[in-house]
Design a protein around this ligand. Structure first.
Ligand SMILES: [Zn+2]
Ligand SMILES: [Zn+2]
Length: 176
């Protein structure tokens, strides 16, 4: 939660003074420009957080953001996207018992958070997205590339070897 107040939710820069979203009081931004840039992704989340009374954990927030984007754009969100989310593996059947337990808690909380007026999905679809994040999610880091600030799903990156014992780190700093 404290990280959510120190990192801009749009450009992921760490700033001493961020401005808070007046609606949900959760999202923080450098300035109006960053807030406007992040609004398309935050709009539905903003209302959901307000209704839920707090922000759910980052996996639940990410699943919701992915769902809203899929409902809006379909499976492929850009010309350069090489794969769709239904082609990726979730490896749910390989999960250990205790891992599966946590997983079910997340799904349960997701269903409480997901707005009634958003498109409803079967629990299979929801589990698949949670499973994808679990085994295909990549860490999002701050502008220095040193601190993890969240998790994201990047379909093209999922095609690259993402073994659990990596032998290298790639840092992308604003495209450089
Ligand atoms: Zn910013
Ligand atoms: Zn908001």
């Amino acid at each position: 939660c404290s990280l959510a107040e120190r990192i801009c939710h749009s450009c992921f820069r760490r700033q001493d003074k961020l401005q808070r979203c007046g609606q949900c009081k959760f999202s923080h931004y450098c300035d109006r420009t960053c807030q406007r840039a992040g609004w398309a992704e935050h709009k539905q989340e903003c209302a959901a957080i307000k209704n839920y009374g707090k922000a759910p954990n980052e996996n639940i927030r990410l699943v919701a953001r992915i769902m809203w984007r899929l409902d809006k754009d379909g499976g492929v969100v850009s010309d350069t996207q090489l794969t769709t989310l239904d082609q990726l593996e979730d490896h749910i059947e390989d999960m250990a018992e205790d891992e599966l337990k946590e997983f079910k808690v997340d799904i349960h909380n997701f269903l409480d958070y997901w707005p009634r007026n958003s498109k409803q999905h079967t629990s299979d679809v929801i589990s698949h997205i949670f499973g994808l994040i679990n085994c295909n999610g990549f860490t999002v880091s701050d502008q220095r590339g040193l601190q993890a600030v969240g998790v994201g799903l990047f379909p093209n990156l999922c095609l690259v070897n993402h073994d659990c014992w990596p032998n290298c780190t790639v840092i992308l700093n604003h495209g450089k």
